[in-house]
Design a protein around this ligand. Structure first.
Ligand SMILES: *Cc1c(COP(=O)(O)O)cnc(C)c1O
Length: 385
């Protein structure tokens, strides 16, 4: 990001950084460079931008990366074909056999699976910790801890951890702090500004925002780390195609207005669920009684569109609610304009059943979309009745 860009507001950067009109044709929108290779003017004579081969770099991807770096307040971004591909490159860059990583005790299921079932085969050790408790994180750090991996708010229990507190622990331990900022998005929370070394995104969720593309990203201001990410991405080949990059960039332009509306609607849904006789507990960082509320209020602009709640009557009662909504679609994933509902125990978090990351079996998770809030509340009330 240039000096000048960094002074622009978030909404302006989302629409303009990396996306100025094409100088040759005037195309207002960055073209989809559907090409695998680039002509050279003599051996090694690369043209403007230094493009050579699309696994290494592609102009549509560059447009997305410049924009994402700017939104997170970072110097660099690398785009990936999925959030998990980004996590894989981040972990394999920063961890070697014999190293140790601290992860949240309700980490995204796929993140836990990658650490527990894949990286463990290469001799990487992990400890799940309730990261809202900084003392517990400090206690979990070992001499071989190289990464503290944080999600805040977490999925699906929306626990909040103090990013600056974690950054201090990581710095003291000589470890890197990675924050998975998928739930909050850069509009609501800026982990790099709070001391994180790396921000990770599943751009599949709010950044893309329309449930039509899978992607991921790593953002950092650490030049050396970024070079290592770029090296492994190119060496191992985990790159998104230009159309995917373009779709994600189109979604990013409206991130700010969408996040405001997601937050408005989530607040209305929370209000309707609170005190409902069939609802036992509502998990939302915006609630004063949420254990992480104070920290969330300090590090987040608003509290986002994710809401979870437990239903009286156990697992079947929870599943019944997910079966009865008409607008909330029963599906995995989150962060799209449309509202989704799911049963984490049997769906998104099925892979952690029986582990220390297991979630309550009567939990329902909502990704509150940007439809008419009154319609969403009505839909939930009829499903609960
Ligand atoms: C979805 C998700 C991921 C994984 O991203 P994919 O794009 O599905 O590979 C990682 N972290 C969080 C918090 C997620 O919600």
């Amino acid at each position: 990001m240039s000096e000048e860009d960094s002074r622009l507001g978030f909404e302006t950067r989302a629409i303009h950084v990396g996306q100025r009109p094409d100088p040759r044709t005037g195309s207002v929108i960055p073209p989809i460079y559907a090409t695998s290779t680039f002509a050279q003017d003599g051996v090694g004579g690369l043209r403007e931008g230094g493009y050579e081969y699309s696994r290494t770099r592609n102009p549509t991807r560059t447009a997305l990366e410049e924009c994402l770096a700017s939104l997170e307040g970072g110097r660099h971004a690398q785009a990936f074909p999925s959030g998990m591909a980004a996590s894989d490159v981040a972990m394999r860059t920063m961890l070697r056999p014999g190293d140790h990583i601290v992860i949240p005790d309700d980490a995204y299921g796929g993140t836990f699976r990658l650490v527990d079932k894949v990286l463990s085969l290469w001799g990487i050790e992990h400890t799940p910790v309730h990261q809202a408790d900084l003392a517990a994180v400090r206690a979990a750090v070992r001499p071989n801890t190289k990464v503290i991996w944080c999600e805040t708010p977490t999925n699906p229990l929306l626990a909040v951890s103090d990013v600056s507190g974690l950054a201090a622990i990581a710095a003291e331990a000589g470890a890197k702090l990675v924050v998975d900022n998928t739930f909050a998005t850069p509009y609501l929370q800026s982990p790099l500004g709070l001391g994180a070394d790396v921000v990770l995104h599943s751009t599949t969720k709010y950044l893309g925002g329309h449930s039509d593309v899978v992607g991921g990203a790593l953002i950092t201001s650490d030049d050396e780390l970024n070079d290592q990410f770029a090296f492994l991405r190119n060496a191992a080949g985990a790159v998104p195609g230009p159309f995917d990059a373009w779709l994600t960039l189109r979604g990013v332009k409206t991130l700010a207005v969408r996040m405001e509306r997601h937050s408005d609607n989530a607040e209305r849904v929370v209000e309707a669920l609170l005190g409902h006789p069939r609802v036992q507990r509502v998990y939302y960082p915006g609630l004063l009684e949420h254990p992480g509320h104070e920290v969330a209020a300090k590090q987040m602009r608003r509290f986002g569109g994710m809401v979870s709640f437990t239903v009286a009557g156990g697992e079947q009662a929870a599943q019944n609610v997910t079966a009865r909504t008409k607008l909330f679609i029963l599906a995995e994933s989150l962060g799209g304009v449309e509202s989704l509902i799911e049963h984490p125990h049997k769906m998104t978090h099925a892979s952690v059943a029986g582990s220390e990351l297991e979630v309550p079996d009567n939990l329902v998770r909502l990704s509150v979309g940007i439809e008419d809030g009154t319609d969403l509340v009505q839909d939930l009330l009829q499903a609960l009745s």
